[in-house]
Design a protein around this ligand. Structure first.
Ligand code: ZN
Length: 488
């Protein structure tokens, strides 16, 4: 047995345990009784301690160094690259800090949910301050002289920095603000009917299957904040349902289907290895966004969906497919990121990006965060936050310690813009297929170009390879949005 084989056998067990820990997190947001929160925090902490011990095991370091010193093939080198990243990061974070973060964020998530339900920021602020204190400590441990926030971004989008994101947002902002002003000037149709919730869920399952989700290796459940989780043969998605707004349910499902298809589409040879997962949150989000927006919200696909919804729900007061297309893509005022349209979504991200950078830098305290959010929101959107659950308490991320995560949503949009531009050339009759409700060729292209590679290539590299070698930029996304919304 070579050092590499030995190492990979250990990695396989670690990956398996990490999948189990992920399933505990899934359970916490779908099935777990509310009274189990304290016990679950201990259970999750214990799992993290086991994982941390495995990741920092000196024998792992020895085997890794030995395997690295032997000439190996490209795939093995990619595996070792991920193991090296993970090992270095894990050994730099003290074990008691890793356990403390896991315990605290599990508790903080429960407190966030209660504070949000009660519209009470003050009830959440102390635990958030504690989360930030520990995340700063963690970032300082792994930063190796880099900026603390850059060190945190690295967990979600390797090789990305705040400076590069600043430049990307600076390019996007003026064109989005201009497009929004033109779009908000127009009238947009709104659905005004009752849509049976069970029927919405049936249609959700149909759409997920239609976009290539394999229910034999997954399941669909309900969650407050839809998400997907797991890799390989157990990839689960969640959605939510509202009787007057079927798009919430249907497009949340298509979005999570994009994430899940990425995981289900990875080369089975990589299963339970470091290459067996999506390579970054940004690339992950590129899949969910292109399924949801460029494909799912296209004129062609919504034409088919309109007919399917008429079959299921009867006449719901929308006269024709053109009106339905505008209802699906309605540009509207609103406070909630997850309900934002394609034109304004990235503006919500820029707000969070700037605030969390300031929180991690120590330039903004949690005592001032609610006011800072409200001021910035009014400046960016032109109207006030009406209640804190529509403001700073709307997202779960910070309670979970996920700082540096938000910008990957915009990166996903940018990557999706690049992929879509190339896909239109690669699938010449894409629109005719979508108009028949067929997504097979589009999703097969994504599977071949992006999904099957898992962690094989660096994030920007996998997108560039799919797009004829061109480095991803915001241009294709902005052109797509102009073309779609400019004259709608
Ligand atoms: Zn997503």
């Amino acid at each position: 047995m070579t050092a590499y084989d030995d190492l990979m056998a250990q990695e396989r067990d670690t990956q398996a345990l990490a999948q189990v820990a992920g399933r505990l997190a899934w359970d916490q947001e779908t099935m777990m009784p509310r009274g189990a929160a304290e016990q679950r925090a201990e259970e999750s902490g214990a799992m993290q301690a086991v994982l941390h011990a495995r990741r920092t095991d000196a024998r792992r370091g020895d085997l890794l160094a030995e395997a690295e010193s032997v000439a190996t093939d490209e795939v093995a080198r990619a595996q070792l690259h991920h193991i090296r990243r993970d090992y270095d990061r894990a050994t730099l974070v003290p074990g008691d800090l890793a356990v403390a973060v896991a315990r605290l964020t599990s508790r903080a998530q429960g407190q966030w949910a209660e504070a949000r339900a009660a519209d009470d920021y003050a009830a959440f602020a102390p635990v958030l301050a504690e989360v930030i204190r520990l995340k700063r400590e963690e970032a300082a441990a792994v930063a190796r002289g880099r900026d603390l926030y850059d060190a945190l971004i690295d967990d979600f989008e390797p090789e990305m920095t705040a400076a590069r994101l600043d430049a990307m947002f600076a390019e996007m902002r003026p064109r989005l603000v201009d497009l929004r002003a033109r779009a908000l000037d127009r009238e947009w149709p709104v659905l005004d009917a009752h849509f049976d919730e069970q029927a919405q869920l049936r249609l959700s399952r149909e759409l997920a299957r239609n976009f290539g989700y394999d229910f034999a290796r997954g399941r669909l459940d309900m969650a407050v904040h839809p998400f997907s989780s797991g890799s390989g043969d157990d990839v689960r998605i969640t959605t939510r349902v509202s009787e007057h707004d079927p798009f919430n349910c249907l497009y949340s499902t298509i979005h999570e289907t994009g994430h899940a298809c990425y995981e289900q589409g990875i080369d089975p040879a990589y299963r339970l290895t470091p290459l067996g997962q999506g390579v970054s949150m940004g690339v992950h989000e590129s899949q969910s966004r292109i399924y949801e927006n460029q494909l799912g919200r296209s004129r062609a696909y919504t034409g088919w969906l309109f007919g399917r919804m008429r079959e299921m729900f009867g006449d719901f007061g929308v006269a024709d497919a053109g009106t339905f297309y505008r209802a699906v893509n309605r540009v509207h005022r609103g406070h909630i990121r997850t309900e934002a349209d394609e034109v304004q979504y990235n503006l919500h991200i820029m707000l969070r990006f700037d605030l969390e950078k300031a929180l991690i830098a120590g330039d903004l305290s949690t005592d001032d965060l609610e006011a800072a959010w409200n001021d910035r929101f009014e400046a960016d959107f032109g109207y006030a936050v009406d209640r804190v659950s529509n403001g700073v308490l709307q997202d779960v991320h910070w309670s979970l310690g996920l700082f540096g995560y938000f910008p990957t949503y915009s990166l996903g949009n940018v990557y999706a813009g690049c992929l879509y531009r190339t896909m239109r050339g690669a699938v010449p009759d894409l629109e005719a297929q979508l108009a028949r409700g067929e997504t097979g060729e589009a999703t097969a292209w994504l599977r071949t170009q992006v999904q099957r590679h898992g962690g094989r290539f660096a994030p920007a590299q996998v997108i560039a390879r799919a797009c004829g070698g061109e480095e991803p930029t915001a241009g294709p996304l902005l052109d797509y949005l102009d073309e779609k919304f400019g004259g709608m």
